[in-house]
Design a protein around this ligand. Structure first.
Ligand code: ZN
Length: 185
């Protein structure tokens, strides 16, 4: 019998608000926890460190994430992967070297580093005067997004054949970190 935590429920033993589970049809009463809905939910959190290359670079971190999932022994659930920086992004896409060059060309054309940006007026900002002029990197990061969630099915990341989890460095080289949260049972 699997067990399930109902997260964030109150357990006062009296008044149990509830809802009906669309999958099982069972009525779930918060605080009561019917036996059929008990799963042992576990979480694991990890940080992957990456030394990135200069300028725009894509780093495939799928092997590291797979290794963390394997070691976690969590078989089913989700894996949330988040870049922890404002001038990097995180994407699911194809790790093909010519395509990665296209990505660099595309982003450079879209947000040219040489354009005028307010963020690059360092003297106008309340910050150390050796701050990098990297507005184009921030803008590209916002376009691409900084996290992805992947389903975990029978111990495997549910990625398509050509999908890789890639950290996109937009202002390298730097020491970067990616958060990997594994949630499931
Ligand atoms: Zn900046």
């Amino acid at each position: 019998m699997q067990r399930s935590e109902i997260w964030g429920s109150s357990c006062d033993g009296k008044n149990h608000p509830g809802f009906r589970c669309a999958a099982s049809g069972l009525r779930i009463e918060l605080g009561k926890r019917p036996a059929a809905h008990w799963h042992t939910m576990r979480t694991q959190h990890h940080i992957v460190e990456i030394a990135t290359g200069p300028g725009i670079q894509l780093h495939d971190i799928t092997p590291q994430v797979r290794e963390l999932v394997r070691d976690s022994e969590i078989r089913n659930g989700i894996v949330a992967v988040t870049s922890r920086h404002t001038t990097t992004a995180l994407v699911l896409n194809e790790n093909e070297s010519r395509l990665l060059d296209d990505v660099c060309t595309f982003l450079t054309r879209l947000v040219p580093p040489g354009d005028r940006y307010l963020h690059n007026d360092i003297a106008q900002r309340d910050c150390p005067q050796d701050e990098p002029e990297n507005a184009h990197s921030h803008l590209a990061a916002m376009l691409l997004g900084s996290s992805e969630t992947v389903a975990l099915m029978d111990g495997k990341l549910d990625l398509g054949t050509w999908q890789s989890i890639m950290l996109v460095e937009l202002d390298g080289p730097r020491a970067r970190t990616v958060s990997v949260q594994i949630l499931g049972s």
